[in-house]
Ligand binder design. Structure first.
Ligand SMILES: Cc1cc2nc3c(=O)[nH]c(=O)nc-3n(C[C@H](O)[C@H](O)[C@H](O)COP(=O)(O)OP(=O)(O)OC[C@H]3O[C@@H](n4cnc5c(N)ncnc54)[C@H](O)[C@@H]3O)c2cc1C
Ligand code: FES
Length: 297
């Protein structure tokens, strides 16, 4: 009796929290020369039915035999039955993930972390500012918001990349541009040829770093939340510009990419002082960021 009890308890307690769910790659989109989006579907129907996440959350994706890497979930929670991740090839795991094909299996643990506070954004003007691959976590929220369009006020998306070919989600950006219920502003750091310049300008593209273009478009801070994601240097100068535009820090939201290992508060790899970014983040307001130890923001 005693041993039966302990066996069933052991079974529950020994459930491996690091065991990934299995997911099949159902489509692949090459965004740039080194950035790729995978659409993944759960292999197990029960796991598929039970799965839920919110925009801003992340997962650990494994290429078996090579390890795990952390990516945000870049698709919208309103799109059911699959998730997408968009990753840049930088090292061991991302190279291994790039070598996989449609029909291959990857591991997924998650969703982890907090999320963008979509309920607080309802009824507000939204200003999305995404730089480079930083558009990936924003896309999850943008698509979620667009699927509930009537619940939000004016929407502006400012997105930037180093060059025209470095934009991720080119097709989706064109789709956003064609909508009359949002304003899209796109910018590149530099153009590479006169022909590209003609085409870019004809499509209303701008040239300049995101903080400068932000100052040029001069958005009103009134009843507006700004949601910012990109490389740390871009976030830093964009937050400064938003402050000049009178955005209060609690209305500016961003997401951090500290190194992570476990994803759920066990390993201590991701902390800034007492804060575990994997649990209390990755989404923070600019006010919260300012109060982090040794904050650079
Ligand atoms: C919450 C969160 C969300 C993320 N979302 C995405 C995403 O959507 N798409 C994406 O491409 N990447 C994302 N990242 C970064 C991604 O996790 C790393 O690039 C990835 O782990 C690299 O794995 P790798 O084995 O290929 O590279 P590694 O061999 O581990 O590293 C290659 C190089 O990248 C550096 N590196 C690794 N991890 C990080 C990091 N977190 N920050 C800065 N430098 C790092 C290493 O020092 C090394 O120079 C996210 C990270 C976090 C924490
Ligand atoms: S990644 Fe392990 S504690 Fe945050």
């Amino acid at each position: 009796m005693c041993s039966m009890n302990s066996t069933s308890t052991d079974k529950t307690e020994l459930k491996n929290i690091y065991r990934p769910m299995l997911m099949k790659i159902i489509s692949i989109a090459d965004e740039t020369k080194d950035t790729r989006t995978l659409r993944l579907e759960f292999s197990d129907q029960k796991e598929k039915d039970a799965f839920n996440f919110k925009a801003g959350q992340f997962g650990l994706y494994s290429a078996f035999g090579h390890g795990e890497a952390v990516f945000c979930i870049s698709s919208s929670p309103s799109k059911k039955g699959y998730i997408e991740c968009t990753f840049k090839k930088v090292g061991k795991v991302t190279v291994a993930l790039r070598n996989l094909d449609i029909g291959d299996t990857v591991g997924f643990r998650g969703p982890y972390g907090n999320n963008f506070p979509i309920d607080n954004l309802k009824g507000k003007n939204l200003l999305f500012i995404g730089g480079g691959i930083g558009l990936a976590p924003l896309r999850s929220l943008i698509d979620n918001v667009l699927d509930l369009r009537s619940e939000f006020s004016n929407i502006t998306i400012l997105c930037g990349a180093r060059s025209v070919s470095d934009f991720i989600y080119k097709g989706q950006i064109r789709e956003w541009e064609s909508r009359s219920d949002l304003k899209l502003v796109k910018t590149v750091d530099a153009l590479t040829s006169p022909a590209e310049e003609t085409e870019w300008k004809a499509s209303n593209g701008r040239v300049g770093l995101i903080p400068k273009i932000l100052a040029d478009i001069n958005p009103s801070a009134n009843n507006t939340y700004a949601i910012v994601c990109g490389p740390p240097i871009m976030i830093k100068f964009t937050l400064q510009e938003l402050e000049k535009l009178n955005f209060s820090r609690d209305k500016v939201i961003t997401t951090l990419e500290n190194r992570m290992k476990c994803g759920f508060g066990k390993c201590g790899r991701c902390n800034i002082g007492p804060i575990y970014i994997c649990k209390e983040g990755p989404v923070f307001t600019a006010e919260e960021l300012k109060n982090l130890p040794q904050s650079d923001f």
